[in-house]
Design a protein around this ligand. Structure first.
Ligand SMILES: Cc1ncc(COP(=O)(O)O)c(C=O)c1O
Length: 322
């Protein structure tokens, strides 16, 4: 992750990491917290909860979708920064639209304006290369149980050194007054949040080593292979469904969204998901979107996926449309 070990703590999932930061900070009636219309629902709920308690205002930057370039993300976010903006919550890889947001550029622009950045990187570790020192964000929560293939319940929270005294776990336990001096207070508090099973955390080094050993080129080759496979899958689906790719290839890691044809727009997204699973044995995300295109299918490419699986999906989806 490119971070000093003293700046990272384990948390059970990215949602907990994001909540820990939001619930530790103090906001007032004067403050604005900025996010985007691509934000993951759970973290948006956390933001709304904090706002309702503190009187802070949630401001939503509208990032276009379909989108032509990463610069459009930066422009949309920066346009909504005001002198009242205290914090910006951004996804690194968006859940609904599968876009890689240009976090480094955003963090730089925001820092210049004196605004802190909280990044929800639930999908980033393992999917894209990550150097927390280089990207320069204030807070970053990432999952190890997604693309790193660690067991569920393994995630981390990064907090920049100068902010660590402010950020507390959701559960206050022994760490608060532990006499230990071999770790920082930040580590002591997050390391023990009551009796729990740390197995998932302890598997993370093994997951990193195992996944890195599967291809001769290690993680770099593996990420590249997944990226190429998802692009092939996306091309195939776009051709089969006769739709345009909604973003440039450079904004994709190993997840890509393809708009569903308008003939399917009036169908409930869950009924399509369930039909694909129950009738055809396909597990794929089908999601509504706020505007046209109203319905999206999100494919992923992991080391165990094959091109034939996307061919099968394309054939089945084409059958559903006609
Ligand atoms: C952007 C984003 N944030 C947060 C999450 C939630 O992850 P978790 O349930 O592990 O906290 C997800 C899950 O898909 C996600 O895509």
């Amino acid at each position: 992750m490119g971070a000093d070990v003293r700046d990272l703590v384990f948390v059970p999932n990215a949602t907990t990491g994001v909540n820990s930061v939001l619930r530790s900070l103090t906001f007032s009636l004067e403050d604005e917290i900025l996010t985007t219309n691509h934000e993951y629902n759970a973290c948006r709920n956390a933001l709304d909860f904090i706002a309702s308690r503190t009187g802070a205002r949630v401001v939503v930057a509208k990032v276009p979708f379909p989108i032509d370039s990463p610069e459009q993300v930066v422009a949309a976010v920066i346009e909504r920064v005001s002198p009242k903006t205290r914090l910006v919550l951004l996804d690194h890889v968006t859940s609904q639209t599968g876009l890689i947001f240009p976090i480094q550029e955003l963090a730089k622009e925001l820092q210049q304006r004196g605004v802190d950045t909280l990044v929800d990187g639930a999908h980033a570790p393992g999917m894209i290369s990550l150097d927390l020192r280089e990207i320069g964000v204030t807070y970053y929560a990432g999952n190890c149980h997604k693309w790193l293939c660690a067991p569920k319940g393994a995630a981390f929270l990064y907090v920049r050194r100068d902010k660590q005294s402010e950020i507390r776990p959701l559960t206050i336990s022994h760490g608060t007054n532990s006499p230990r001096t071999d770790k920082t207070r930040f580590q002591l508090e997050f390391d023990w949040t009551g009796t729990d099973d740390p197995t998932a955390y302890m598997c993370v080094p093994e997951a990193i080593a195992f996944m890195g050993s599967l291809l001769p080129g290690g993680w770099t080759e593996w990420r590249q292979q997944n990226h190429q496979l998802v692009l092939q899958g996306r091309r195939l689906l776009c051709e089969a469904l006769e739709v345009q790719p909604p973003c440039p290839e450079e904004m994709i890691g190993s997840m890509a969204v393809v708009p569903m044809p308008t003939t399917l727009e009036n169908r409930d997204f869950m009924s399509i998901h369930d039909e694909l699973f129950d009738k055809f044995g396909i597990q794929v995300q089908v999601m509504p979107w706020q505007e046209k295109p109203r319905l999206l299918v999100r494919i992923s490419a992991q080391i165990y996926n094959t091109f034939e699986q996307y061919e099968y999906l394309a054939k089945v989806l084409k059958g559903l449309c006609c």
